[in-house]
Design a protein around this ligand. Structure first.
Ligand SMILES: Nc1ncnc2c1ncn2[C@@H]1O[C@H](COP(=O)(O)OP(=O)(O)OP(=O)(O)O)[C@@H](O)[C@H]1O
Ligand SMILES: [Mg+2]
Length: 269
């Protein structure tokens, strides 16, 4: 098959392959599109934890975005972890140059273990960036930081989403993975709508990279011309099926199964 569309991913590398750029490329590819990348940081990690992080310079990040998009024009962009004010500013400038409308921002701020990954100045700049983005996809701890509220129910998720819309976000998908609930609730909000996506919750330790995967899947569906609600619905389903498939790799929090959507019909002889 030929790729259905092209997606540019701006994110960090996860050497274990379960999250970050690696999860993004697998997601875009498994959903039938062409993946391009601008790497923001290189991490050494495995399923048990992160050993080191090397940031890439703002200049090099901009160069990757503008130079690759000038040649092969993406239909959508997914943005993952941006660690500093300088990097966020550089990405904003580069996005203004390439003028792509369909952009999904996963505002990565808190690691699975609860460690805050970016400083307060960077958080102010994420709030500026989100005004120029089609969809922002915070998890609950990130939505709490961005709105300075406490979230422990779907009602509070909706309240936080409305605050983000009032702060200038166009569309917000608050992910429910961190809520103590029986089923999974992800909530999409904009000025007109509140849509709750309900899905089955699995009790699994192998959920590394669910957030990266979801934002890439949504960006891919948008890049193929699906509307926002459908793209979120299909993205959530892709993540849910990939968790259900339970790969169980590694000794710690293992990856989800990105290949779940693929049906190989060629024999390699
Ligand atoms: N145990 C689970 N069962 C089913 N779906 C899940 C589970 N955990 C997360 N999800 C789904 O995964 C997606 C990402 O949500 P989550 O809240 O985990 O994001 P995140 O915290 O940003 O992830 P990450 O830890 O990768 O950064 C959502 O669509 C959510 O519904
Ligand atoms: Mg996340």
């Amino acid at each position: 098959m030929k790729p259905r569309s092209k997606v540019l991913i701006i994110a960090g590398s996860d050497s274990s392959g379960g999250a970050g750029i690696q999860a993004d490329i697998k997601t875009v590819t498994s959903l039938g599109s062409y993946a391009m990348t601008a790497i923001t940081a290189v991490t050494s990690q495995n399923t048990t934890g992160v050993k080191s992080i090397i940031p890439i310079s703002s200049k090099e990040i901009s160069s990757q975005i503008v130079f690759s998009a000038k040649d092969i024009r993406p239909n959508a962009v997914k943005i993952g972890m941006l660690h500093s004010k300088q990097v966020i500013q550089a990405v904003m400038k580069s996005l203004n140059k390439i003028k792509i409308k369909k952009i999904v921002l996963d505002p990565v701020m808190v690691a699975k273990g609860g460690t805050k990954l970016i400083n307060n100045t960077a958080i102010i700049y994420i709030k500026k960036l989100m005004k120029n983005i089609l969809l922002i996809t915070p998890n609950i701890p990130e939505a709490e930081i961005l709105t300075k509220t406490k979230i422990n129910s779907t009602k509070n998720m909706i309240k936080a989403g409305k605050i983000l819309i009032n702060l200038g976000a166009k569309n917000v998908l608050i992910k429910g993975g961190h809520l103590n609930s029986k089923q999974m609730n992800d909530i999409l909000l904009n000025k007109k709508t509140v849509k709750v996506f309900k899905s089955k919750k699995y009790s699994s330790k192998n959920t590394h990279g669910t957030g990266c995967t979801l934002s890439s899947a949504i960006a891919t569906h948008l890049s193929c011309g699906k509307d926002l609600i459908k793209s979120c619905e299909l993205g959530i389903k892709y993540v849910n099926d990939a968790i259900k498939s339970n790969l169980n790799l590694g000794k710690g929090n293992g990856p989800i199964n990105h290949l779940n959507s693929i049906n190989l019909n060629k024999k390699f002889k």
